[in-house]
Design a protein around this ligand. Structure first.
Ligand code: ADP
Length: 381
């Protein structure tokens, strides 16, 4: 292998995001997004990937360039089969396809992206990096739901967790910020984007996470409910007459902040709260209440917490969310400094006081870099 560049592809249901990273000098010569697949001129994923290839070629960075060492694909669900970044072969593609029932919204697009990219450059090593992989170390006591074991195993019903690439990157970056090795640090990572999840990481190893069989469980999200009594579903079906698909759409697309107040963007919710909007305030309060519950629970799971890291769109940008989530937790050894918290910066930084026993940090996530690093490490090993 000669090249030092990795093309990272994130094929979603209606978009393909790409970034070209140079692992030798840390530069990012190209990035972009092809959106609205299936709606306009971009009829399908093949057309979208073709457009990515054309955009790269127009910059003199085409897929045939000798600097390109590999392609790294983000794959949402690796089931119990994939716990490491994996060199893609026909057999691996088949295995990822077999996981489609576990992630019907995500894995099909990931598979299509892989197939098209392989057809464009069959000779180039391509690597799948799974969103679930970092969580594969979660102990059985945390990964199993308390339901009939045979039924759970037959249908693969267990906690897999998602956003793993981000939790892995941020937990390591947090240790680095503290000047320590990951093995020395226990961290609660709060990935708060449109989707949101928490994880408890003990000495670099993930031991608990809030998303489950699917990304629906856990925290209140932009449009997803997070935790809810599963019997609410029977009730909506039997008494409310709703179909399974309608309830699926309700909980995934018409819930969370959007369901509670009509807006899923924390900026807009903050603005409305400033005007005294009660629905926006209640949505914020419910969001914060759930977040604090998880911080408390994960503190108990870890026993000793060294750091709490906020990341992703809300976690990196909303001082109000961080302040409200950490307020009044001095008994837990958590104390946020108001001035530090209010400072805006793109860098990883501490927002806790000098006296705070637990370091509270804002650590920008970088899933593309993590996928590129894992891909490059694998192909250059
Ligand atoms: P995704 O899960 O789609 O990758 P992001 O991590 O980019 O999402 O997070 C997007 C969310 O971040 C937005 O919906 C918005 O709620 C929030 N956000 C972005 N910028 C800000 C900001 N300046 N202040 C508060 N919230 C923000």
């Amino acid at each position: 292998m000669n090249g030092s560049r990795v093309l990272v592809l994130n094929s979603g249901s209606s978009s393909v995001k790409y970034q070209l990273l140079d692992m030798a000098d840390g530069s990012r010569p190209a990035s972009g997004i092809v959106e609205r697949i299936g709606e306009g001129p971009v009829t399908d994923h093949a057309a979208a990937l073709k457009q990515v290839a054309d955009e790269l070629a127009a910059k003199g960075l085409g897929l045939d360039s000798p600097e390109l060492a590999a392609v790294g694909h983000r794959v949402v669900h690796g089931g119990t089969r994939f716990t490491e970044p994996t060199l893609i072969t026909d057999e691996v593609v088949g295995e990822i396809e077999k996981l489609i029932p576990l992630a019907p919204l995500h894995n099909p697009a990931n598979v299509t992206g892989i197939k098209v990219a392989r057809s464009l450059r069959p000779d180039l090593p391509q690597v799948a990096v799974f969103d679930t992989a970092f969580h594969s170390t979660i102990p059985e006591a945390a990964a199993r739901y308390a339901i009939d074991v045979a039924t759970a195993d037959r249908w693969g019903v267990r906690r897999y967790g998602f956003h793993g690439t981000s939790h892995a990157y941020v937990s390591r970056a947090t240790a680095k910020l503290l000047g320590k090795e990951p093995a020395e640090v226990n961290t609660i990572v709060l990935h708060l984007g449109n989707g949101a999840s928490a994880s408890a990481v003990r000495g670099g190893t993930c031991v608990e996470t809030s998303m489950g069989l699917t990304p629906l469980e856990g925290l209140v999200m932009g449009t997803r409910s997070g935790d809810i009594d599963p019997a609410a579903i029977f009730h909506l079906s039997r008494v409310g007459g709703m179909s399974t698909d309608e309830i699926d759409t309700l909980l995934n697309k018409r819930s969370g902040l959007a369901g509670l107040c009509g807006d899923n963007d924390m900026r807009e919710i903050g603005r409305r709260m400033g005007e005294g909007d009660r629905a926006a305030q209640l949505a914020f309060d419910i969001y914060i209440h759930r977040l604090r519950k998880y911080v408390g629970a994960y503190t108990a799971v870890l026993g000793r917490v060294d750091a709490i890291a906020f990341t992703a769109g809300v976690g990196e940008n909303s001082a109000a969310v961080r302040e409200a989530a950490m307020r009044g937790l001095t008994a837990f050894g958590i104390e946020v400094d108001g001035v530090r918290n209010a400072l805006r910066s793109a860098a990883a930084r501490l927002i806790s006081t000098e006296a705070s026993r637990v370091a509270v940090a804002v650590v920008p996530t970088d899933e593309e870099l993590e996928i590129a690093s894992q891909t490059f490490d694998l192909v250059s090993a």
